[in-house]
Design a protein around this ligand. Structure first.
Ligand SMILES: Cc1ncc(COP(=O)(O)O)c(C=O)c1O
Length: 439
């Protein structure tokens, strides 16, 4: 343990872990799709610093915009008018789908979800919401209550009235359907939940654009359209949580763009500033936003539309556009598909692979025949397990990557080059080869 790590550990917490179990990396600098540790050794950032640094490291235009804003106006009252805030609203309106033209700015994805939740209740006067079982929506109490995954368990009870819908987990369909028999049963059962709970009680349906670290589920074609139809039928708001899947991660600005669906709200964060400053936002359709022209919007926070965050997001959108990062995510995504299929053809421990743009998932199995997950849910495996040794092997090769339950997630910065993606994926292949198949 370095002396810096010792100093830090004495006074500062790590998140989501017993402090003694944290395995921090001392990062000294970062550039593009990589970062460097204290020994100057290079790591592939295949997790984009928690799916955050979509633009990649060392984007000087964003750093310069932050510095300029800090010098000019670093702190502003939430009701202040200033250039970067107005311009950011205009730019976001250009890239968000349909008439999602007004934005509520906050500081994180959790806050974006929290505020969308409040807006849905204010707009509909209804209290219950529907969210999926394998989902993550944030760590604040409202967002955590929507969250389906086990991070919610230790803090229950959360907010009342969250109803659970099953996931579009096609490889392990919760309804036992396959490609032929699918019939979008996972979308249709949302209508069943609504009928059983009373449409007049339900404010909104919250869905991740593409499920993040609960499994990288890419909904089948027709899913989003069907859910949109159901919400329209019952006057229920549809909220796409694109905190993870937004800003090019899946090869389009937002995941819903793949299916041409306009939700009533989009929650965003992470890639909004490329991780260069904390920021979240709720995008809301014009017709709904207009309601708050006369009614009070009971939402606010001291750091609302923080000038530094606005400057970072304003500059980040230019970087995505000027450097063609959304297009690169699509092109490198096609390369990633080839790599994933290649790995699946080589290793029986891989049951399924899936990706959309630069978000890829490897789903490990005990047996391909019956698709038994390699780990019992929700364990990610202890150090001695096959997945534990996989983690060690990847760390040894300096591949910084997320692994959860029986999944490995590949999500490098969108600026990654063809050769860098090849090099990182080759290290994953080498690790799998070294490990061999589990017993
Ligand atoms: C889909 C989704 N929503 C919300 C959040 C919460 O965002 P934050 O950690 O910025 O509060 C996350 C974070 O990973 C997320 O993936």
């Amino acid at each position: 343990m370095s002396s810096l790590e010792k100093r830090q550990n004495k006074h500062v917490f790590y998140t989501w872990t017993a402090q003694s179990a944290a395995k921090p990396i001392h990062i000294s600098k970062a550039d593009g799709a990589c970062f460097f540790d204290e020994k100057g050794e290079r790591w592939f950032d295949f997790e984009s610093q928690v799916f955050n640094c979509n633009v990649g490291h060392g984007q000087s235009a964003i750093a310069d915009a932050i510095a300029k804003q800090a010098t000019q106006l670093a702190c502003a009252h939430p009701a202040a008018v200033f250039e970067t805030k107005a311009r950011l609203g205009e730019k976001l309106a250009q890239i968000t789908p349909g008439d999602l033209n007004r934005f509520f700015f906050c500081l994180s994805g959790s806050e974006a979800v929290e505020n969308a939740y409040k807006m849905a209740r204010l707009l509909t006067g209804r209290k219950k919401v529907i969210a999926r079982r394998r989902s993550y929506h944030g760590a604040s109490m409202g967002a955590l209550s929507l969250t389906g995954d086990p991070r919610r368990w230790p803090l229950e009870p959360g907010l009342w009235g969250v109803l659970r819908a099953e996931d579009p987990y096609c490889y392990r369909c919760p309804f036992g359907a396959d490609e032929k028999s699918c019939g979008l049963v996972c979308a249709n059962h949302i209508e069943h939940i609504i009928e059983m709970e009373g449409a007049d009680n339900i404010a909104a349906v919250f869905l991740e654009g593409v499920t993040g670290t609960n499994g990288g589920f890419i909904p089948p074609d027709g899913y989003w359209t069907r859910v949109r139809e159901i919400c329209d039928k019952y006057g229920i708001l549809l909220v796409a949580d694109e905190v993870f899947s937004g800003f090019g991660r899946t090869g389009s600005w937002f995941a819903v763009d793949h299916w041409n669906v306009v939700p009533d709200m989009i929650t965003m964060a992470k890639g909004l500033t490329g991780g260069y400053a904390p920021m979240g936002a709720v995008a809301i359709r014009e017709s709904l936003a207009e309601r708050f022209d006369d009614e009070t919007l009971w939402c606010g926070l001291t750091g609302y539309a923080h000038p530094i965050s606005c400057a970072a997001a304003d500059a980040a959108i230019d970087v995505y556009r000027d450097q063609g990062l959304i297009e690169n995510s699509k092109a490198r995504g096609a390369q990633l598909t080839q790599w994933l299929n290649h790995l699946k053809s080589r290793f029986n421990v891989i049951g399924d692979v899936r990706n959309l743009g630069l978000f890829g998932t490897i789903d490990f199995v005990k047996s391909r025949k019956d698709r038994t997950p390699l780990q019992p849910y929700p364990s990610s495996g202890d150090a001695a397990s096959w997945t534990g040794r996989l983690r060690d092997g990847l760390r040894k090769r300096h591949v910084h990557i997320a692994q959860k339950w029986t999944h490995l997630f590949i999500a490098p910065p969108l600026c990654i080059s063809e050769s860098e993606l090849d090099a990182g994926m080759a290290l994953i292949e080498e690790t799998l080869h070294e490990l061999g198949e589990p017993n």
